[in-house]
Design a protein. Structure first.
Length: 255
């Protein structure tokens, strides 16, 4: 299984508009962060997690030509507003793409993108993404030869979805991990988790909180994503524990 980081940035991306801080002006490509998303691949089968605002740019940069399924973590703009770009995959591959999300996210996506979704049916017509949208529960299910296990995650006042895929997990926009989810996360080969910045935040883990979660759950390897412009990649990387790294756009991990 391969995980490709399409984007590792927070909702504004890095550099942030109108900002002239050291990181936003940096020439280091690892300080350039598109909105957070990953592509998980196994035997030619691609699962996209979130349709970020930057989806077109991300897919062009990495020559992503097939998306077989989409998993949504939640409905916030930086995680879903690239959804219309999926119609190119429909057109050139002659496929309908099944999408999955928890019940609250299905409800929000159906309202936000009513031109795409109508009672779960595929909308036919020129220029419309050909997608289905299915609500998931707590049970694991197979996709493309991989096992997807939904994870209940706290994001401020929202309950959103993380995903355990085989023995790795992707968690973003997390401000808390319920005990029943922690039980699913024990002994991972890889844990991907958000670390927004240094300061406390009401809806996202900061660096200390992410490191505490990693220490508690003890994955073999951890990668930090959904990062803001406070983190200089080189400087922060030198300070992290041995099994923890900052992810960066374009990082590919084989498992």
């Amino acid at each position: 299984m391969k995980i490709l980081f399409l984007g590792t940035g927070t909702s504004t991306g890095v550099p942030s508009l109108c900002c002239d801080c050291e990181v936003c002006l940096s020439d280091d490509p690892k300080n350039k962060r598109l909105r957070a998303s990953i592509l998980v691949s196994e035997n030619g089968h691609n699962i996209l997690i979130d349709t970020s605002t930057d989806l077109r740019q991300q897919c062009l940069a990495h020559r992503v030509q097939h998306v077989h399924h989409v998993l949504f973590t939640h409905h916030h703009a930086d995680h879903v507003h690239g959804i219309d770009e999926l119609r190119s995959f429909n057109y050139f591959n002659k496929t309908v793409i099944p999408c999955f999300a928890n019940e609250p996210t299905v409800e929000e996506l159906t309202k936000k993108f009513s031109y795409i979704f109508s009672n779960g049916a595929v909308q036919m017509g020129g220029g419309l993404p050909q997608l289905t949208l299915q609500a998931i529960g707590e049970e694991a299910f197979p996709l493309g030869g991989m096992v997807v296990d939904p994870l209940e995650i706290t994001h401020g006042k929202l309950t959103i979805a993380g995903y355990k895929i085989n023995n790795s997990a992707y968690i973003t926009d997390c401000s808390g991990i319920p005990e029943k989810t922690q039980e699913k996360l024990a002994g991972l080969d890889l844990m991907i988790i958000n670390a927004l910045g240094f300061a406390p935040h009401p809806t996202h883990f900061n660096l200390d909180q992410a490191l505490n979660a990693i220490e508690t759950l003890k994955p073999k390897r951890a990668l930090l994503t959904h990062i803001n412009h406070k983190f200089d990649h080189s400087a922060i990387s030198k300070e992290l524990p041995e099994n923890v790294e900052l992810a960066y756009d374009g990082l590919a991990v084989e498992l």
